[in-house]
Design a binder for this molecule. Structure first.
Ligand SMILES: [Zn+2]
Length: 171
């Protein structure tokens, strides 16, 4: 699967809940995992592969074990604060500091339709917030500290220009 990059409008859209976990969703989830591992990502949200649905895959250990596919995830509790460098597969080469909650509690469904409750802290908490932002159409550049946003302004403008040119059939 190809990873969609900024500023494709699908990345800014609020994704819709998944009503039924069918074979197609299972297949897409597997392909999303493969795509995430190929890109050395820690997480990937369905809008990033062009599907505006509330589906994310996460594996911060890279061990390819345990629950890694999450349907209709929701943050039910968050606390603390942490500031760390963050990147996004839809923004190749862009890194910036983002303030996030240090702890989150998330509910989601797995592919078997079982409801999960997950407590995460640190890096895993950060990835959860990043991926749930994706399915809400919110991008990490909006969350960056002002200094990081300024430092990345030029790169972000280049993405926008390249997209306009590709739409216009130039280059
Ligand atoms: Zn991302």
């Amino acid at each position: 699967m190809e990873i969609i990059t900024y500023p494709d409008p699908i990345l800014m859209r609020k994704a819709v809940p998944i009503e039924e976990i069918d074979n197609k969703i299972c297949q897409i989830a597997q392909e999303m995992l493969d795509t995430m591992y190929d890109a050395c990502g820690l997480g990937l949200a369905a809008p990033q592969i062009g599907l505006s649905k509330r589906l994310v895959v996460i594996d911060v250990t890279g061990e390819k074990t345990g629950e890694r596919v999450f349907i209709n995830p929701q943050i039910i509790e968050e606390r603390g604060e942490a500031i760390e460098e963050e990147g996004c597969l839809s923004f190749p080469g862009v890194m910036g500091k983002v303030i996030r909650s240090q702890y989150v509690t998330v509910t989601a469904y797995n592919l078997e339709g079982e409801k999960l409750k997950i407590e995460a802290e640190g890096l895993l908490s950060r990835v959860w917030q990043h991926e749930i932002d994706h399915i809400n159409g919110r991008l990490f550049i909006e969350m960056m500290t002002p200094a990081s946003r300024i430092a990345n302004n030029q790169k972000i403008k280049e993405f926008e220009l390249a997209y306009q040119n590709s739409r216009a059939g130039v280059g």
